[in-house]
Design a protein around this ligand. Structure first.
Ligand SMILES: Cc1cc2nc3c(=O)[nH]c(=O)nc-3n(C[C@H](O)[C@H](O)[C@H](O)COP(=O)(O)OP(=O)(O)OC[C@H]3O[C@@H](n4cnc5c(N)ncnc54)[C@H](O)[C@@H]3O)c2cc1C
Length: 474
């Protein structure tokens, strides 16, 4: 941040400067502008100042300073969210950019865990582990080149290998968190300084869970310990095609129940397959929905047999084997697969969770909206993609792309109806942020939100940590 001179007008500028030095604190409006958005178009308050701690001691000092002066803090990771979660909701906020804290702290091969600092990015961690003969369970959101481990576990991210291992928080064994008073808590077996960090569940209640998915409202995560597994060098792939979305859904559920795949991605509809993989279905005119499966095993025969079983299930249940191109590309491209979709225009997403059985219901509602707005004629492309998660549910992404600025307002009208439809058909957002929060809060059970507020008041009595997020203001 050195090239742009700080304006030094934020009330805490001098004290923050004393903690981190000139290179890592800035309140110049050029810097502030760069930090005023994440990867979506939604806007909130601009941060008052940006500070980049290098270690947990600095985080503690910054948090203590904010606690003493009752100054709001917003922790941020890769700022790669697509729901505005890391954007401040109140003026003068100290935005805590965690990306300098990205070291590998410990790879404990005896207990099969890896501990990293909060700002470690998924893509980097995967490569480090691969070189040492390991893999993660959940392997990061599709934006994992930029997204950080702490950011993803703070907002329940979905993504690569969720089909087998569940969402980002499911892989967490322990957290180190700087609380709003500057004290540190270590969860799971890490509470015992003599113990290895080997389990999340021990000795008393699961305090790790309190901080998972908290959208940064209960503390600053400084370290995350994740489960690791032996590297599985043998991969097999299959693409299946179906006449109807209902048939594809039934097969997706059956494969998923049997736990056969590392990754199972159902492109719900022909039109979205065409957007994802142009030409893939050109020689399959009768196919209207596809499934793409990836198997990864430590043994080649096992990998081959599993893909055979998937094929058998698919063929028995009205499917057609259409090769393995899309599954291979999807897996090999990892974090680079989704970015090129921005070529279709600005991305308006409806990412949420739902049982696999309720995918057709969602799609019928979405199709009605597409028809009402005549999206195709208006040059607005869409994708409808369901990523299977943990046995019987899915992360559903129905996304439309506004191709030009002048189409944005029109696209947003359709999009708002799509967001309503997702909730009305039983969808539950994984992250909320500016995108989902108001819709979720309209429906949320009063006891649920009241319990959250009670916890928030107890941990953060001055409401300095991400104030107003999920109605955490009081
Ligand atoms: C091309 C693309 C593809 C994407 N694909 C997916 C996908 O498949 N699945 C998915 O879930 N998302 C996806 N996203 C969104 C994004 O990648 C994820 O939500 C990701 O988990 C955000 O991580 P981050 O580090 O960027 O977090 P940020 O956006 O920086 O922050 C997210 C939240 O975490 C909090 N936070 C961050 N760091 C900390 C910390 N150290 N302590 C406490 N709280 C903290 C913030 O306050 C905020 O509430 C995609 C985005 C893009 C641009």
């Amino acid at each position: 941040m050195t090239v742009v001179k700080a304006s030094a007008s934020h009330p805490l500028y001098n004290e923050l400067l004393a903690i981190v030095g000139q290179d890592r604190v800035n309140d110049n409006q050029v810097i502030i502008s760069a930090y005023s958005k994440d990867a979506c178009h939604l806007v909130a308050d601009r941060p008052g100042i940006v500070v980049m701690p290098n270690n947990v001691e600095e985080v503690q000092k910054i948090v203590r300073l904010c606690a003493k002066t009752k100054t709001p803090i917003m922790p941020a990771g890769g700022r790669n969210g697509i729901c505005g979660a890391c954007l401040p909701r109140v003026p003068n906020t100290v935005l805590l950019d965690m990306i300098n804290m990205k070291r590998l702290v410990k790879l404990d091969e005896e207990v099969m865990t890896v501990t990293v600092e909060a700002g470690m990015r998924w893509a980097e961690l995967i490569h480090i582990l691969e070189d040492r003969g390991y893999k993660l369970g959940f392997r990061g959101p599709y934006g994992g080149n930029a997204a950080t481990v702490a950011g993803s576990v703070s907002i329940n991210s979905m993504g690569y290998a969720a089909s087998k291992f569940g969402p980002a928080p499911e892989g967490v064994v322990s957290l180190e968190v700087v609380l709003p008073d500057g004290e540190i808590v270590r969860t799971g077996s890490a509470w015992n300084k003599e113990a290895q960090t080997f389990t999340r569940y021990s000795s008393f209640a699961d305090l790790t869970g309190v901080f998972l998915g908290d959208h940064g409202t209960l503390g600053v995560k400084t370290k995350v310990t994740l489960k690791i597994y032996p590297k599985a060098p043998f991969s097999t792939y299959i693409d299946l095609g179906f006449k109807t979305l209902e048939d594809a859904t039934a097969v997706l559920l059956e494969i998923q129940k049997r736990g056969l795949t590392e990754e199972l991605n159902c492109l719900l509809a022909r039109e979205s397959a065409d957007t994802y993989f142009p030409g893939l279905l050109d020689s399959h005119p009768g196919i209207n929905a596809t499934i793409h499966s990836v198997v990864m095993e430590t043994d080649q025969q096992l990998a081959e047999r599993k893909v055979q079983i998937i094929r058998e299930i698919g063929l028995e249940m009205k499917g057609k084997d259409i090769g393995n191109f899309a599954a291979q590309i999807h897996w090999a491209e990892k974090f680079n697969e989704v970015q090129p979709m921005y070529n279709n225009g600005f991305w308006l997403n409806t990412c949420h969770l739902r049982p696999i059985v309720r995918l057709p219901e969602l799609m019928n509602r979405m199709r009605d909206i597409f028809k009402k707005y005549n999206l195709e004629k208006n040059g607005i492309k869409w994708i409808a993609d369901a990523l299977a998660v943990d046995r019987a549910y899915s992360a559903a992404w129905v996304t439309i792309f506004a191709p030009t600025r002048d189409k944005m307002e029109f696209a947003e009208r359709a999009w708002n109806e799509m967001l309503d439809a997702a909730i009305e058909t039983g969808g539950c957002p994984y992250w909320t942020g500016l995108l989902w929060e108001n819709r979720a809060l309209k429906k949320v059970d009063e006891n649920f939100i009241e319990l959250y507020r009670t916890i928030k008041r107890a941990i953060d009595p001055d409401n300095i940590m991400a104030p107003n997020v999920f109605q955490g203001g009081y």
